[in-house]
Design a protein. Structure first.
Length: 316
């Protein structure tokens, strides 16, 4: 990765939009000696977005600010994934004196199993590489993303992809059609490590088997078969920790959703619906539930991290 980084106080800021994800299928194998669980997962990026703006500084400080729903739940110190992304990129381009003001506008649920932090990290990698004028190709950014977290590489590319290993070994999946989703969020998050621990305690799931029937359904554009192929090995553990989410799943399906599942490690519950009209009906029902804090509709698949219009023109 070559670099001739340069910024001045007059360098325009760079803004990137990054998408949330839902795991259409999440197969989890037994924990390996390195402490991680091998995965076979089908990611889909959906149209809930965070925006990450990287502004120039004349010192070596990485500063993070956050606004939007649940912004108070997002750390702004070195534990923030976007901060870590900027720091990692800076260290690899061999210039420790680069600084950046990172401003994150949240829309993706926090600690909701939709990879909001990973989306922010992917956005920061792309935004800082442009701001700092670093010659980093997609492969370079992917390798850095994989060091940051299992979901970060997919947040860069978006669309639909099969993830193996820790979820970072990606193969794009051909898909046809548009999917309509309704997401029910919860005020109380779920810790991903806690869900995996409970997964182990419960004896695990079906293993990291590639969901070939689901992938074939996506390629054909067979929405009924896609709905039938949704699955999540972590769902039992998430429901064991948060049993009230079972009522959300039941209510959404009874209201007309084609299928529902816990998104990733939860607690967000995702419903695949047949169109916008039935989506509104499902959303109306979910909003009446006391264990649901908000309801969001979105389409998928969506793009991965992308520069917002005007960024390249402003920086040229």
């Amino acid at each position: 990765m070559a670099s001739t980084p340069r910024t001045t106080p007059r360098t325009p800021p760079v803004t990137v939009r990054a998408s949330a994800k839902v795991n259409l299928a999440l197969g989890v194998g037994p924990r390996a000696e390195d402490g991680f669980h091998p995965l076979a997962t089908v990611f889909e990026a959906v149209g809930l977005h965070d925006t990450i703006t990287a502004g120039p500084r004349d010192d070596d400080v990485i500063a993070v600010t956050v606004e939007g729903p649940e912004a108070d739940l997002v750390p702004t110190d070195e534990s923030n994934l976007a901060y870590r992304a900027a720091e990692l990129l800076r260290s690899r381009c061999a210039d420790p004196h680069l600084g950046v003001d990172l401003h994150i506008t949240k829309s993706i649920p926090v600690a909701g199993g939709m990879a909001g932090g990973s989306a922010d990290a992917a956005g920061a990698l792309l935004a800082c590489s442009v701001l700092w004028d670093i010659d980093a190709g997609p492969g370079d950014l992917h390798d850095l993303a994989a060091e940051l977290g299992s979901d970060v590489p997919f947040a860069l590319i978006g669309g639909v992809a099969l993830g193996r290993g820790r979820g970072d070994r990606l193969v794009p999946v051909i898909f046809r059609g548009t999917h309509h989703w309704v997401f029910a969020t919860s005020e109380e998050g779920l810790s991903t490590p806690a869900v995996y621990r409970r997964f182990d305690e419960l004896g695990g799931g079906g293993g990291d088997l590639v969901p070939t029937a689901l992938i074939a359904a996506l390629t054909r554009g067979d929405i009924d078969a896609v709905a039938g192929g949704l699955g999540n090995d972590l769902q039992e553990a998430a429901l064991d920790l948060r049993p009230e989410l079972a009522g959300v799943l039941e209510a959404g399906v009874e209201a007309g959703a084609m299928a529902g599942l816990i998104s990733g490690s939860g607690p967000t519950v995702a419903f695949l619906v047949g169109g916008e009209a039935i989506g509104r009906t499902v959303a109306k029902t979910l909003r009446t539930l006391p264990q649901v804090s908000s309801v969001r509709g979105a389409r998928g698949p969506a793009q991965g991290a992308q520069l917002m219009a005007g960024t390249l023109e402003a920086g040229s």
